[in-house]
Design a protein around this ligand. Structure first.
Ligand code: F6P
Length: 319
């Protein structure tokens, strides 16, 4: 049987270890492995190549995705999805391993409802915002990149009387922000999921500043869209000179951590085994409480990821 792998949407550290495992393990199982280049755009344009072990040699430690990615507009159109299907059919590809996030999984749900496609999705996004799984590939590496940046910002922050505001990624989800705030000891964290209560914080921080606190660290989630509002609020309320750092795409890069490499290998083995043992698969591998399982694509895309309650609660316990 021929299987193919594709990465689509925002890249995430851990995709390369997954691609390497995909090729090596598919051949080990006695099947053929194909690489789809340039995401869904490449699937439409038939950029599909039979993989060799050489193609994936020496890539486990590299961030990004060697087969590249795209955010495809054309895939929204039926005629291009049909073209993509015909490309796979012509090569005899019977199953797809799909590395991607929410948008990619929505595209796959549509694609598989129209054509005879078997796929298993591997949740891969630094945002950690996919319904049904506690963990998405790339999150641990992104958090370590943010931790490193925050540790450095704190060095300079503590040397001045200043406030530092750091915006971290997360299109609609505050996961990266809240975890980063907890592990860096930030005083303020603003995420889209929780109403920002200025008054309580104002009282607490004003007292602390009176008592000698000389700097403030605030983490703002990109999805909250409040970076400039909080900037003005801190300057005006606490009379602290305030600097803003938007970490941006640096958070998507970097060598995958040990955890992301191990997760990539496990996610991929589960995905391949499932595809080889089932004729009809429209699933996503999910990871919860230390166990891997599979969830129907319908269920994944028709629900919204919710931050776990203990993280939501933590917003109120920041020092
Ligand atoms: O992949 C997720 C993500 O990094 C989000 O955190 C962010 O909002 C978005 O992608 C940025 O997308 P792009 O790379 O297309 O600018």
């Amino acid at each position: 049987m021929a299987l193919a792998i594709i990465s689509s949407g925002g890249d995430a550290p851990g995709m390369n270890p997954a691609i390497k495992k995909f090729v090596d393990y598919t051949y080990k199982r006695g099947e053929e492995a194909y690489l789809i280049y340039d995401g869904l755009e490449g699937l439409i344009d038939n950029k599909i190549k039979k993989a060799t072990h050489q193609d994936v040699a020496g890539i486990v430690h590299i961030g990004g995705t060697i087969i590249r990615s795209s955010r495809s507009k054309r895939f929204f159109e039926y005629k291009y999805r049909e073209q993509a299907y015909n490309n796979l059919k012509a090569l005899g590809v019977k199953g797809l391993v799909v590395l991607g996030g929410d948008g990619t999984f929505r595209a796959m749900q549509k694609f598989s409802s129209e054509f005879d496609i078997n796929f298993v999705g591997i949740p891969s996004t630094i945002d950690n915002d996919i319904y049904g799984t506690e963990y998405c590939l790339g999150v641990d590496t992104a958090l370590n990149v943010i931790r490193d940046a925050l540790d450095k910002i704190r060095d300079t922050a503590s040397s001045f009387n200043r406030a530092f505001l750091v915006e971290v990624m997360g299109r609609d989800c505050g996961y990266l922000a809240i975890v980063s705030a907890i592990i860096s000891g930030a005083e303020i964290c603003v995420i889209p999921e929780v109403k920002f209560e200025k008054e309580a914080l104002e009282k607490k921080l004003s007292q602390e500043i009176k008592d000698g606190r000389n700097y403030v660290l605030a983490i703002i989630s990109e999805g909250a869209k409040k970076t400039s509002e909080i900037h003005s609020w801190i300057q005006d309320t606490f009379a602290l000179e305030t600097r803003v750092s938007i970490l941006g795409h640096i958070q998507r890069g970097g060598n995958p951590t040990v955890y992301d490499r191990m997760m990539a290998f496990d996610f991929t083995i589960y995905a391949i085994d499932y595809l080889l043992e089932h004729n009809n698969s429209n699933k996503v591998v999910v990871y919860n409480s230390g166990k891997f399982d599979f969830m129907e694509i319908e269920e994944v895309v028709s629900n919204r990821y919710q931050l776990p309650q203990h993280l939501l609660n933590a917003i109120n316990y920041l020092d």
